[in-house]
Design a protein around this ligand. Structure first.
Ligand code: THU
Length: 134
């Protein structure tokens, strides 16, 4: 478990606010994420489900595609707010997606009690696959 700085607490609030926009009528599992990029700006995301299930996008990737499409592809940190008893960790697809851009970024996962667990993406994704293999 980690304590959060004042700045990180503000990110936590942004992630919780983003979660309010989640579209999750099928799983009812709402997730919000806030991504901080190299220049300090932030991008929020929520999960967006689909009746066809496959096109569902997680909160983390929503935030990441918003940032990248605005020209920001160096990530510092992502804060993820699910509503589970355990910490809400990014799924495998999101780990891979983020790893492409910033394998050493920080990942802060929250649980329902708003406690935080701090990790690096590299720790969550050992032996990750990236462009150096191609
Ligand atoms: N989900 C996320 O948005 N982020 C995670 O870290 C875990 C899972 C979403 C995908 C789906 O809409 C719902 O949570 C249940 O899997």
């Amino acid at each position: 478990m980690s304590t959060l700085s004042t700045q990180e607490k503000s990110l936590l609030r942004q992630a919780l606010a983003a979660r309010e926009n989640a579209y999750a009528p099928y799983s009812r599992f709402q997730v919000g994420a806030v991504l901080t990029v190299a220049d300090g700006s932030t991008f929020c995301g929520c999960n967006i489900e689909n009746a066809a299930f496959g096109p569902t996008i997680c909160a983390e990737r929503t935030a990441a595609v918003k940032a990248i499409s605005e020209g920001h592809s160096k990530f510092r940190r992502i804060v993820i707010a699910g509503n589970s008893k355990d910490f809400c960790y990014p799924c495998g697809a999101c780990r891979q997606f983020l790893y492409e851009f910033s394998p050493d970024m920080e990942v802060i996962c929250l649980n329902r009690a708003r406690e935080a667990k701090r990790m690096t993406l590299r720790a969550l994704m050992p032996c990750g696959f990236d462009s150096t293999f191609l």
